[in-house]
Design a binder for this molecule. Structure first.
Ligand SMILES: O=CC(=O)O
Length: 316
């Protein structure tokens, strides 16, 4: 149980209703996203706030952190910390927790789903049937997935879960990442364009942030074969979006399956207009089961923090 005086918790963005209810039940919850003037709101309440809850895709701007002198915890609903100034957190003794382990399988499922949907044109043919076009024309052929060469950029938990699934499709799995994982039986390429040259499909599964910003760019699209498909379930920031659009328009690559974008929820009109792309609204972890698990983990971390217990999912 918490102390009699409720602790002040700042919420940066909407989260699942049952997490919201639990946070509201135990804490004095400040919803920053509902404030007309967040700066003025924090000038008034920031001094009392000791924990902050945000989403992986939202993060928290450093000027917000600067208005929270007593902050001791940033609890992320998600695994991405690219929207958080980790140096600032470290310097100010602020712990950061993520919902590690909860969403790996769902995001990997989404990667394979997008690959199959893009290669076999599932969404295109769904529209084709609904529009009654099958009555007038024969459907064209699509691209085989099984047995092909799959390049995975990023070999963290999600990259590995994608590889495991792809093995079931008899794919030749190869990867590029910061370092070789010698325990894995997949071919390692230290150089992303070199991996691209040898891949029929490229799945982007690397963490976002400054280090990976724009790494999937024209050089990578030019290196990929023209029949290649690019899938991104990681972060929009990793892919140079104008270069991706140009590559799709010129035929440098054949298609793309995207769950993430440079400026969500904005999706460029050029992508919306293309039949060879499959678009999802950043829902890689968006299943009832996983979001429930993520809610439980966030709540457990916030509760542990206020109970002065070890944080179950602290990073580093
Ligand atoms: O995008 C979602 C996350 O960071 O988990």
């Amino acid at each position: 149980m918490m102390t009699d005086i409720p602790h002040d918790v700042l919420l940066m963005a909407p989260v699942m209703a049952n997490l919201l209810e639990r946070l509201e039940g135990d804490f004095r919850l400040h919803r920053l996203y509902e404030q007309d003037d967040p700066h003025a709101y924090l000038a008034e309440h920031g001094g009392a706030i000791t924990a902050l809850v945000t989403r992986g895709d939202v993060g928290v701007a450093t000027p917000v952190l600067e208005q929270l002198p007593q902050l001791g915890l940033i609890a992320v609903f998600g695994v991405g910390t690219d929207g958080i100034d980790l140096d600032y957190a470290r310097r100010h003794g602020i712990a950061v927790t993520i919902t590690s382990g909860a969403l790996t399988e769902d995001v990997a499922d989404m990667a394979l789903g997008l690959l199959l949907a893009t290669a076999r044109q599932l969404c295109h043919y769904d529209r084709f049937v609904r529009a009654g076009r099958w009555l007038q024309e024969a459907p064209g052929l699509t691209t085989r997935v099984s047995g092909k060469r799959l390049g995975i950029f990023g070999m963290g938990n999600i990259g590995r879960a994608i590889a495991q699934r792809a093995a079931g499709f008899d794919m030749r799995i190869q990867y590029a990442s910061r370092r070789r994982h010698s325990s894995l039986p997949y071919a390692y390429y230290p150089d992303l364009p070199a991996l691209a040259r040898e891949s029929d499909f490229l799945i982007v599964a690397v963490a976002g942030g400054k280090e990976t910003a724009g790494l999937v760019d024209k050089a990578v699209f030019d290196a990929l074969p023209n029949h290649a498909l690019v899938i991104n379930i990681a972060r929009g920031s990793v892919v140079n979006q104008p270069d991706l659009i140009a590559a799709l328009q010129s035929g440098a690559i054949a298609g793309a399956g995207l769950d993430v974008y440079a400026d969500e929820p904005q999706v460029p009109a050029a992508l919306l207009a293309m039949e060879q792309v499959v678009l999802q609204p950043h829902v890689g972890s968006g299943t009832h089961e996983t979001r429930q698990k993520m809610s439980d983990i966030v709540f457990a971390n916030v509760s542990a923090f206020f109970n002065r217990e070890p944080l179950p999912h602290a990073i580093e």
